[in-house]
Design a protein around this ligand. Structure first.
Ligand code: UT7
Length: 339
């Protein structure tokens, strides 16, 4: 947030999409050795949504979430200049954002994917904000979407109970600095611990006979849950405090704490460390599980639909996950209209 910034940024609308098929804890306990009691006590999750069948992908969820956001403000998709799709489960490793761009008819938008797992939405939002603040673009769509059910080992009870599929989208617009809604951000990466949570590329045992060239394929999600838990509970509060400090704000200024929906115990532990009361936590992971890059925009969209968030409320958003990456964005909510 340096002096060359000439514009503010507002969030005009949000949208989300989840698959219709749900899988509850009792159903999962017929697939792996677990129980509703274990899952709910350790995570707060009751059920999750799965994108079943072979006809749909992350692109479909991202498209529906985006279309819903556009519809809310009757925005012509041709007005979008930029689309960032934060996903770690693309349908095409060359990128899925261009297919979303085509599906929603955003003919004037440049579109690209951003890969940062559960921190993807936070990084995508911050990236889009830079284009808007400098005046390069006026309207941006940021989508967080993941279908990690396709990358989970359904015989590994330590991971398959956690994840669900979803997409969430926000439409951003540049505005005068007086109306600015995105107050500050704070981002971090520590690649030293990338092995705590990954979908690794596994190289085949034998190379191409003539080229000495090894090919391979991606494995399932692997996670050291305990270490990721400790990392989140220790680092996320620090990131939030740094961000508040930059703004000369205190935890008392926070109206809503919107964390990546990984585990209810993490949400409560972070709130407790910051002395924020539980009734300021936005949580919907009981219904959807950990939806990775989608979790924050999905929870934001739901909170707005439930009229939880009022004009000028301060929302602290923090993402964390594989990389390891983590970061905070502080928002002053403006109930705005498309100009
Ligand atoms: O989105 C990216 C960020 N990801 C996260 O934030 C995940 C962070 N980590 C977590 O949320 C938690 O570590 C988990 C929910 C994944 C696990 O909870 P935990 O309290 O750390 O459990 P644990 O891994 O220490 O396992 C405790 C016991 C073990 O048995 P023993 O060794 O004590 O006999 C596990 O084998 O629970 C066992 N266990 C299970 N039992 C029933 C592990 N998974 C299950 C299961 N059902 N699904």
């Amino acid at each position: 947030m340096k002096s060359f910034i000439s514009q503010g940024v507002q969030i005009l609308a949000t949208g989300s999409a989840v698959p219709s098929v749900s899988l509850n804890n009792d159903q999962i306990s017929k697939i792996v050795e677990t129980s509703d009691d274990w899952i709910f006590t350790r995570t707060g999750i009751k059920e999750r949504r799965l994108l079943t069948g072979n006809q749909q992908s992350v692109i479909d969820l991202a498209t529906v979430a985006s279309a819903r956001a556009l519809d809310k403000i009757s925005m012509n998709p041709a007005q979008l200049d930029l689309i960032i799709l934060a996903t770690s489960s693309p349908n095409d490793l060359f990128g899925s954002a261009s297919q979303v761009q085509f599906e929603i008819g955003a003919i004037n938008a440049v579109a690209f994917d951003l890969t940062a797992a559960c921190s993807g939405f936070v990084l995508g939002l911050v990236t889009a904000v830079q284009y808007l603040r400098t005046g390069s673009y006026s309207n941006a769509l940021v989508i967080g979407a993941d279908v990690l059910s396709k990358w989970v080992n359904w015989s590994d009870r330590t991971t398959c109970i956690l994840f669900g599929d979803a997409a969430g989208a926000v439409i951003l617009q540049s505005c005068s600095t007086i109306d600015n809604s995105i107050l500050d951000f704070q981002l971090n990466t520590d690649g030293n611990y990338s092995n705590y949570l990954s979908i690794q590329y596994q190289i085949d045992d034998y190379p191409h006979p003539l080229l000495n060239l090894y090919q391979g394929s991606f494995k399932f999600i692997s996670m050291n849950g305990k270490e990721v838990y400790k990392f989140a509970v220790s680092q996320v509060p620090l990131s939030i405090l740094k961000c508040l400090n930059n703004l000369n704000m205190s935890v008392n200024d926070i109206d809503w704490l919107l964390l990546h929906q990984a585990n209810e115990r993490i949400l409560k532990a972070v709130a407790e460390k910051l002395s924020i009361s539980d009734n300021k936590i936005i949580a919907n992971l009981g219904k959807y599980g950990n939806t990775s890059a989608a979790s924050i925009p999905l929870a934001l969209d739901e909170a707005l639909a439930n009229n939880k968030i009022a004009n000028n409320d301060i929302i602290v958003i923090a993402g964390f996950g594989a990389g390891l990456t983590w970061g905070t964005i502080i928002i002053r909510w403006k109930s705005s209209q498309l100009k």
